[in-house]
Design a protein around this ligand. Structure first.
Ligand code: 5GP
Ligand code: MN
Length: 321
C-alpha cells in the first residue's frame, strides 16, 4: 500500500482500533487516522475504539469521541488496526474485526506476522505513527492530525532517543513542527510529567530493584498489595522500566507488576545487545528488539526465575554468535 486512499474506495463505514493498554503510539496512530478520515473523507462514517486511553492524551483533538466498548452488532466496510502486533492484542472491538468486509493492519512490530487481509507492517520504522504518516498525503496533515502523530512518535522513540529513530523520523518530525504543533507541551505533559504518587512508586521500585547476572540484568517489581496501598494501576507505572534500563552496565531491564494474584505483566528493555522481543515471544508476548513484553503466571519468584533464565540463555547465545 502506498496511500491510505487505496483502501478507502467505496468505503461508507469504517472502524479503527488499537491494542490493549494503549500507549502514546497506539492512541496517536488511531486518532491521527480518525481525524484524517473525518477531515478529508466526510462521507465515511468512522468509529475509533480504544481501551480507556490515559488522560495525558487529552491534548489530542476529538479524544472524547473514542468508544471504549463495542456497542452492538456491526459490519464495517473496513476495519483498520493501528500499532497492533497480533490478533490477540486487539482490544475492545475484536468482534468487529471478524465481521468487517475488509481488514487492514498498519504496524511496525517485527513480531507481527500479518493477521489482516492487507498488512502494511514496517518493522524497521520507529512508530506506527511514522508508518501511518507515510500513507497520508503530506499536504493534508494539518495541525490536528500532526499533533496525534507527533505524540506517538515522541512516545515510541523516547523523545527521538532510541536507535529506531532515523533521519526520516526527524524529517517527518520537522514537517509536523511546521504545522504548529505545540511540541514542548506534548513532550513535557504527555511523556515526562509524573504525578507525585507515580514518582514515589518509581522511587520505591528503584530502591527495591535487584541486580542479577553480574549486573547485566536488573529486575524491578510491584506487588498488587503495594499497588493498592499507593492507589495506582498499571497505567501509573510507565517509565519505570526505562529508568531501570539507564543503570550503568545493565544490558536488560525487567519490570513486572501483578495484574491479579499470580498473574504478572512483564516489561523488558534492552540496550541493544540482547533482542528482548525474542524473549517476550518465547513467553507468548512480543514487541521490538529493545522494548518488549509478555504476561506470565506463577509466583513472583517463578516469573523472575523463568525470565532471567531465558535472558541468560540468550546472552550465552549472543556470545556464541
Ligand atoms: P511495554 O513494556 O511498554 O508494555 O511494551 C513494550 C513493547 O512490547 C510494546 O511495543 C508492546 O506493544 C509490546 N508488548 C508488551 N506486552 C506485550 C504482550 O503481552 N504481547 C505482545 N505481543 N506484545 C507486547
Ligand atoms: Mn508502537
Amino acid at each position: 500500500m502506498k496511500n491510505i486512499s487505496e483502501v478507502l474506495e467505496h468505503v461508507k463505514t469504517m472502524g479503527i482500533a488499537g491494542h490493549i493498554r494503549p500507549d502514546g503510539d497506539c492512541v496517536g496512530s488511531c486518532m491521527a487516522l480518525y481525524l484524517y478520515i473525518k477531515e478529508y473523507y466526510p462521507d465515511i462514517r468512522a468509529d475509533v475504539y480504544l481501551d480507556h486511553p490515559k488522560p495525558i492524551f487529552s491534548h489530542i483533538d476529538c479524544i472524547d469521541e473514542i468508544k471504549t466498548e463495542a456497542d452492538g452488532e456491526k459490519n464495517y466496510d473496513l476495519f483498520v488496526t493501528c500499532d497492533v502486533s497480533s490478533r490477540d492484542r486487539l482490544a475492545v472491538a475484536g468482534d468487529y474485526f471478524e465481521t468487517a468486509k475488509r481488514t487492514v493492519c498498519i504496524d511496525h512490530h517485527i513480531s507481527n506476522m500479518g493477521f489482516a487481509q492487507v498488512n502494511h507492517v514496517r518493522g524497521e520504522v520507529s512508530s506506527a505513527c511514522e508508518v501511518l504518516y507515510g500513507l497520508f498525503d503530506p499536504e493534508k496533515v494539518n495541525r490536528r492530525v500532526a499533533t496525534a502523530i507527533y505524540t506517538g512518535m515522541v512516545h515510541d522513540t523516547g523523545v527521538f532517543q532510541y536507535s529506531s529513530t532515523s533521519p526520516e523520523t526527524m524529517r517527518i518530525a520537522g514537517e509536523l513542527m511546521k504545522t504548529g504543533v505545540d511540541f514542548s507541551r506534548i513532550i513535557d505533559e504527555s511523556f515526562y510529567e509524573k504525578t507525585y504518587i507515580q514518582n514515589q512508586v518509581m522511587g520505591r521500585v528503584l530502591a527495591e530493584s535487584i541486580m542479577l547476572q553480574d549486573g547485566k540484568c536488573i529486575v524491578g517489581y510491584m506487588r498488587k498489595k503495594d499497588m493498592d496501598f499507593y492507589g495506582v494501576d498499571g497505567k501509573d507505572l510507565d517509565g519505570i522500566v526505562s529508568q531501570l534500563r539507564l543503570t550503568r552496565g545493565v544490558k536488560v531491564a525487567i519490570f513486572l507488576y501483578e495484574v491479579e494474584t499470580q498473574t504478572f505483566k512483564v516489561s523488558l528493555r534492552s540496550n541493544g545487545k540482547i533482542d528482548v522481543s525474542r524473549i517476550a515471544v518465547y513467553f507468548g508476548g512480543g514487541g521490538h528488539k529493545r522494548a518488549a513484553g509478555c504476561d506470565l503466571q506463577g509466583s513472583m519468584y517463578d516469573v523472575i526465575n523463568n525470565i532471567t533464565a531465558e535472558i541468560e540463555r540468550q546472552m550465552l547465545l549472543e556470545q556464541e554468535e
